[in-house]
Design a protein around this ligand. Structure first.
Ligand code: OGA
Ligand code: MN
Length: 207
């Protein structure tokens, strides 16, 4: 793997150990982001559905809480530009598993669009009856995003909060069990790939 990426892995591990989260830029290059954005899913808005909250019988769509549209990704059917990202995510998972002594067995990942004006209210990524999500990992896909366009990820910390702009190629990784967060509305569609590192196999999750 490239040195640039190998260098980012220990930085991510240290951030999670010290503060519960880490941010690295250029996890994907501009070229790699452009190849993902050129796929029909993003270029033609093909195959997304309104995201819901809760699991199984508690599942419901409520745009007053969460307005994003999602499409789950599976390695076997994913296009090459997505596989580039999924391969890197697995490499990061293996690194963090060893560096932080976490049980990180698998990932579950969806591609995500927040239409203009939509948001996701303050929440935690673990479900009440399902605590298998250990780390949340999001990579943003928005070239030339500026602060006045909004769309920040706001992470709530003990006495303050941190706002993270969804810049193309930027990766944020944080403790799913610990850090509440929200997505602020934006003035243009906000694109990302959202995932979780799990302590169980993803295929066991929908049984
Ligand atoms: C989520 C989420 C944050 C973001 O999908 O659970 O909080 O920045 N996403 O997109
Ligand atoms: Mn979340």
């Amino acid at each position: 793997m490239e040195t640039r990426l190998q260098n980012s892995f220990p930085i991510i591990a240290a951030g999670i150990a010290d503060h519960g989260y880490a941010i690295v830029d250029n996890f994907l290059t501009g070229y790699e982001v452009d190849r993902i954005l050129a796929l029909d899913s993003f270029a033609k808005n093909d195959g997304f559905r309104q995201a819901g909250i809760g699991k199984h019988r508690n599942y419901q769509v409520d745009e007053a809480i969460r307005g994003d549209q999602i499409q789950w990704l599976h390695y076997d059917s994913a296009h090459d530009p997505i596989r580039v990202y999924l391969d890197r995510l697995h490499a990061l998972r293996v690194f963090l598993k060893q560096a932080l002594f976490l049980s990180l067995v698998d990932v579950e990942v969806h591609q995500t669009i927040y239409p203009t004006g939509s948001y996701y209210k303050r929440h935690l990524d673990q479900f009440k009856k399902d605590d298998h999500r250990r780390l949340s990992v999001i990579c943003y896909l928005n070239p030339d995003w500026s602060e006045r366009e909004g769309g920040q990820l706001r992470i709530y910390l003990p006495n303050t909060y941190a706002d993270v702009l969804p810049l193309a190629g930027r990766l944020i990784c944080f403790r799913s069990d610990l850090l509440e967060h929200e997505v602020l509305p934006a003035t243009r569609p906000r694109l990302s790939i959202t995932g979780w590192m799990l302590d169980q196999l993803a295929e066991l999750r929908h049984l």
